[in-house]
Ligand binder design. Sequence first.
Ligand code: ADP
Ligand code: MG
Length: 274
Amino acid sequence: MSDPIRPRKPRVMAIANQKGGVGKTTTAINLAAGLAELGARILVVDLDPQGNASTGLGIEASRRAKTSYDLLLDKPALDEVIQPTRTDTLFICPANADLASADIELAVNERRSQLLREALRQDDMERFGFDYILIDCPPSLSLLTVNALIACDSVLVPLQSEFFALEGLSQLMLTIREVRSTANPALKIEGVLLTMYDKRNNLSQLVEGDARQNLGDLVFRTMIPRNVRVSEAPSYALPVLAYDSGSKGSEAYRALAQEIATRHGFSVQREAAC
Ligand code: ADP
Ligand code: MG
């Protein structure tokens, strides 16, 4: 499972936008599956009390004895909170409603905003040989999201291709700037991802033009189309890449994984060399 000779440091990426329903969880699941197809070992950390990423990756509620709540507040053995999924090399730290109370419990903890960073960067994590850790954030700028922003190397921001999409961004950017100026100076913006894009809809094109004009290279070349197979996949507890491998949604998430892997110089050859 791990490579004791060459322990690796995973690249940690938070998927965040304080707006709900913009495609954070869908992107966490399917980018993870796309990177796994490229030969990467991936951990998805479900940091949303709604637990949608956990459900979407097939971890039923009864199998969530230890969750990211424990990861933050109880320092469990990692084997207890990290579970395999039906996709090889794709693992999850699940969440359930317990996490909803974490915000309050964190508020009285001195190291409240550093707990996820400490948990993910503990030495024992290297044993799993993860290449990427993707954190699926809740739809708020709560302490949970701040934990994610402090724990990560970069943040990926899904943006739904609809009117007002850009308006919520300034608040997130402010939070990112604040985190950069204090606890995580190296925090990067991985990119802004246009989701639920409908090329027949003028509005989608307007939002794209607006985003590319305002944010330039921060916007990923890859855009995720609105695709019914993407929305069906979670009810089969599968990434769309496994549910309907040839769908437009699968192709798009594969392209996103490739865009990111190329940028990071990640290649399967490295796996073969291990
Ligand atoms: P968030 O995590 O930001 O709240 P989700 O990923 O849960 O957003 O997506 C919100 C809803 O939109 C879900 O029902 C999901 O299935 C659907 N959805 C997300 N991306 C797509 C897409 N590309 N095509 C069709 N439906 C999508
Ligand atoms: Mg979500």
